[in-house]
Design a protein around this ligand. Structure first.
Ligand code: NOJ
Length: 568
């Protein structure tokens, strides 16, 4: 069963017969150990040639995901949006942006995904709308105190003439979280000013999102990723409280305030909303799944994943852990324990559209702020891309061996590094302007995918892409890596194929005896994963090598930054 590296060009058509029946049937637990692939639609594939990725592009490339061997595709927002925040500024939660396609295109995508045995997860953005949403436009025209304004959070300002924001609340993207309107009132936006926060104390808002959940579920969507899940419930009792010294955005300050006491993050009342949603999601067969995007500490995060709420929550502590055996072991043990206690399955993620890609991030020396590294255009420190790719592959094999569900971000299967040197004039992320150019933002992980080694946008579309791709992308193209022995893409394919065969139970047992820099655990006695995170080679444990993150060349040593999967 040695699968160290496939030495043949693999079949490009997906092997549907080998798909795990538990994942392709109506099994209500399909999500517990699934591998979900995040598509950022604007950067995936451009079928109509306008430089922006679109739904038809995704449909045409779904075969890539089926061949890769993932279980589900999660689509980041594709709804009508002026793209003030890359689509997370939604003007209509129940339609498709005309630049990305139509509802018919969405249905075609879902049908094709299901034909290929892939589940479909969509993003739902309940904390805010676009300022172009008809509700917000109506609110701007309406009088203070009107029903239209009550769907959002409007307040008079402080100061003699109301010229100061109502509180000191800060936007996650930088600056005050309040913006003044022409008539002198202020509205809340925890993100960009183009993203006014909804008032979840308003029954019409609640009812509208129930309609949205049913709308997409009725169209065949299998699950939802819930944006800013920890932000919906706010303490709006008068007078509104300042956050004082608890920190710029408040999220990073959560560990310093009493649980549930922050005026807008992670309040206990938010859980009523998800209990309500669960009754809607459970009315479908199989029940629709949901995963919370909640940047909150481990124990509090588990509450979002309770079976009567969303079922899963992203594990950002894992993503934020440095490449250090002790730190990772602690996060893994803690995450599994809290997920188990909540009755949820654990989740693991290394990259997404908001963070520096792990093929670059894990190489930054401990303590380096990825934001500062981006501001230096990736020059300080300069990264050795071969070493970075080696470490990223080791990290991926480690993640894919963990019990629970793994979320992959488009392009990581190609080993794409962060594009750290995008010129300022190319940047589209609102973070760049809103932070006063002190944070470059997230565009470097959103550069459109390379599919072919040549062409105006490396096969992304017939013309140039909306963000410039560096020439180095040619070598990372899907076509360049397909069938290439030792390529990152073939490693992901082998790993996902093997994972599917080996999956059993959700238990992990650490081996008792291992050097400090080695992580070594077995999965239900069926499969063992060993990673060397140190700087010196260690003896390769006994057992048949099923897969290695780099070819071992018959050596009896496990080199630094290497993971192996072993049969016992
Ligand atoms: C989290 C999303 O992942 C991010 O891209 C977005 O900017 C914020 N939520 C606001 O919607």
């Amino acid at each position: 069963m040695a699968d160290d590296f496939p030495d043949h060009a693999p079949d490009r058509s997906p092997d549907l017969s080998s798909r795990n029946p538990d994942l392709s049937s109506k099994n209500p637990d399909w999500w517990r150990q699934s591998v979900v692939y995040q598509v950022y639609p604007r950067s995936f594939a451009d079928a109509d040639g306008d430089g922006l990725g679109d739904l038809r592009g995704v449909t045409e490339r779904l075969n890539h995901l089926a061949t890769l061997g993932v279980d589900a595709v999660w689509l980041s927002p594709f709804y009508p949006s002026e793209l003030a925040d890359g689509g997370y500024d939604v003007a209509d939660h129940r339609d498709v942006d005309p630049r990305l396609g139509t509802l018919d295109d969405f249905d075609a995508l879902t049908a094709e995904a299901h034909r290929l045995g892939l589940k479909v997860v969509v993003d739902i953005v309940p904390n805010h709308t676009s300022h172009l949403h008809p509700w917000f436009q109506e609110a701007l025209r309406a009088a203070p105190g009107s029903a239209a304004r009550d769907r959002y959070v409007f307040r008079p300002g402080r100061g003699v003439h109301g010229e100061l924001p109502p509180t000191d609340w800060q936007s996650v993207f930088g600056g005050s979280a309040w913006r003044r309107t022409a008539d002198g009132a202020w509205y809340l936006h925890l993100f960009a000013p183009e993203q006014p926060d909804l008032n979840w104390g308003n029954e019409e808002v609640r009812a509208d999102f129930r309609t949205t959940l049913r709308f997409w579920s009725d169209r065949g969507v299998d699950g939802f990723r819930v944006d800013v899940a920890h932000g919906l419930a706010k303490d709006l009792t008068e007078p509104l409280r300042d956050i004082g010294g608890v920190g710029a955005t408040g999220e990073e300050s959560l560990p310093r305030v009493a649980p549930g006491s922050h005026p807008y993050w992670d309040r206990d009342e938010v859980h009523e909303i998800y209990r309500d949603w669960r009754t809607i999601l459970d009315a479908y067969c199989p029940p629709r799944t949901a995963v919370a995007e909640a940047w909150v500490p481990d124990l509090r995060r588990a509450r979002y994943a309770r079976p009567d709420e969303l079922g899963q929550a992203f594990n950002f502590e894992y993503l934020q852990a440095s490449w250090d055996a002790a730190a990772l072991r602690e996060v893994i043990t803690g995450s599994l324990a809290t997920a188990r206690a909540a009755g949820a399955s654990a989740t693991w993620v290394l990259s997404n559209h908001d963070v520096v890609r792990h093929a670059s991030r894990l190489m930054l020396p401990a303590g380096t702020d990825p934001g500062s590294w981006l501001l230096s255009d990736g020059r300080v420190p300069a990264l050795d891309t071969d070493a970075a790719s080696r470490r990223a592959r080791a990290a991926t094999l480690l993640m894919l061996a963990l019990p629970g569900s793994a979320y992959l971000y488009q392009g990581e299967e190609l080993g794409l590094p962060e594009v750290a040197d995008l010129p300022a004039e190319a940047l589209k992320d609102p973070v760049w302007e809103q932070s006063g150019h002190t944070s470059k933002g997230r565009d470097g992980c959103r550069v459109p995918l390379p599919w072919t080694p040549a062409g105006p946008s490396y096969g992304f579309g017939p013309g140039p892409a909306w963000l410039p791709q560096p020439p180095s992308f040619a070598a990372y193209a899907v076509e360049a890596q397909t069938g290439t022995q030792g390529s990152t893409l073939e490693l992901y394919r082998s790993a996902l194929r093997l994972r599917r065969k080996l999956l059993e139970g959700e238990t992990l047992t650490w081996t008792a005896d291992h050097p400090a820099d080695v992580l070594d655990f077995s999965r239900s006695g069926a499969w063992r994963c060993v990673t060397n995170l140190g700087t010196v080679p260690v003896p390769l444990p006994a057992g048949e090598v099923l897969l290695a993150s780099v070819p071992l060349g018959g050596s009896a040593l496990l080199l630094p930054d290497t993971t192996v999967w072993l049969a016992p």
